[in-house]
Design a protein around this ligand. Structure first.
Ligand SMILES: [Zn+2]
Length: 323
């Protein structure tokens, strides 16, 4: 149970983190929705051109200063050319002058680091499909994060910010919240993280103390032509118990509270409407409704937790609540 894991973490007695992280090596193979209709290969991945195959499959490197995204600073998301996984947010892109797109952080859990065949560098690959992205370097002091993901433009696609929307839901242990929301057709990414508290860049260990004010939550990035905030919010209410105050089942503490962090007035109104429907049915809903402050990604080993474990959530099961 999660609260026991937290207790072990606080006491520093358990949490075999290395074992947990090792299990992150297993790539997910779930096919996801896409912004455009792309031709697929027999593995369900996007068909690649010869040039893309040279980079992504055969671990090639495009010539410096030639890539589509080298000098590209529009707001949006960079996704895997092969499998459409969301890899980087434009907020983490910076000018390094090295000739390839540079990012100082990945979407948590999206990128895997492996030793390069050259014995010196660290190669980065897509965590979902193992497609080659480039290399990661540290200690160069370009940004505060002191990290540079040097990525081939040909390994990525770009989704501009007007082509996707975000929603943030807290419903107890984020492993379970993410599990259900991630399965919705049209969801591009569901990222476990922390929100609503006072600590910047919090760690799981800090969250476990219950004193940060943060809730465990999931940021859902979705294609609004394929799903909607209302559909996601209904699923959110139907996969946890919104009548439990500051807990979900065995997980007790404000970090496990039920809360919708709305982005824009429309999301607020839809959430209020759904809460009213549930209250009219006799449910004493305690879900909080708050305008979303900054969302902080949780550590990589929390992402896709149940998919990697091959198990099912212990306190998030679907129960129909809306007609
Ligand atoms: Zn991929």
């Amino acid at each position: 149970m999660r609260h026991l894991l937290c207790l072990f973490l606080i006491l520093g007695l358990a949490c075999n983190q290395s074992a947990v992280e090792k299990s992150n090596d297993k790539p997910s193979t779930d096919a996801k929705s896409d912004q455009t209709v792309k031709e697929k290969d027999n593995m369900g991945f996007n068909k690649l051109t010869k040039e893309e195959e040279h980079i992504i499959v055969n671990k090639g490197t495009e010539r410096a200063f030639t890539g589509e995204f080298n000098n590209h600073y529009a707001k949006g998301l960079y996704t895997c050319k092969k499998c459409d996984a969301v890899l980087y947010r434009s907020e983490t892109k910076f000018k390094s002058g090295c000739g390839w797109p540079s990012f100082d952080d990945e979407v948590s859990g999206a990128v895997k680091r492996v030793p390069d065949a050259d014995g010196r560098r660290v190669e980065i690959v897509c965590n979902k499909c193992d497609g080659h992205l480039g290399h990661v370097f540290t200690g160069e002091k370009f940004t505060a994060k002191n990290t540079r993901h040097c990525v081939n433009s040909l390994s990525m696609s770009f989704i501009p910010e007007d082509k996707f929307e975000r929603a943030i839901f807290a419903s107890g242990c984020f492993w379970g919240t993410e599990h259900h929301l991630n399965k919705v057709d049209g969801v591009l990414a569901a990222v476990s993280g922390y929100i609503g508290g006072t600590v910047k860049n919090p760690t799981y260990k800090q969250i476990c103390t219950g004193t940060t004010g943060h809730a465990e939550a999931v940021e859902v990035i979705y294609d609004p032509t394929k799903t909607s905030f209302e559909a996601l919010a209904k699923l959110y209410f139907e996969t946890h118990d919104p009548t439990q105050l500051n807990r979900q089942g065995p997980d007790i503490g404000t970090q496990y509270r039920s809360e919708v962090f709305y982005i824009g007035e429309e999301q607020r109104e839809i959430t209020l409407k759904l809460i009213k429907i549930l209250k009219d049915k006799g449910l004493n809903v305690v879900t909080k409704l708050t305008e979303a402050p900054q969302f902080w990604d949780a550590e990589g080993y929390h992402q896709d937790y149940y998919k990697r474990k091959g198990t099912l959530p212990y306190c998030h099961t679907y129960k129909k609540k809306f007609d």
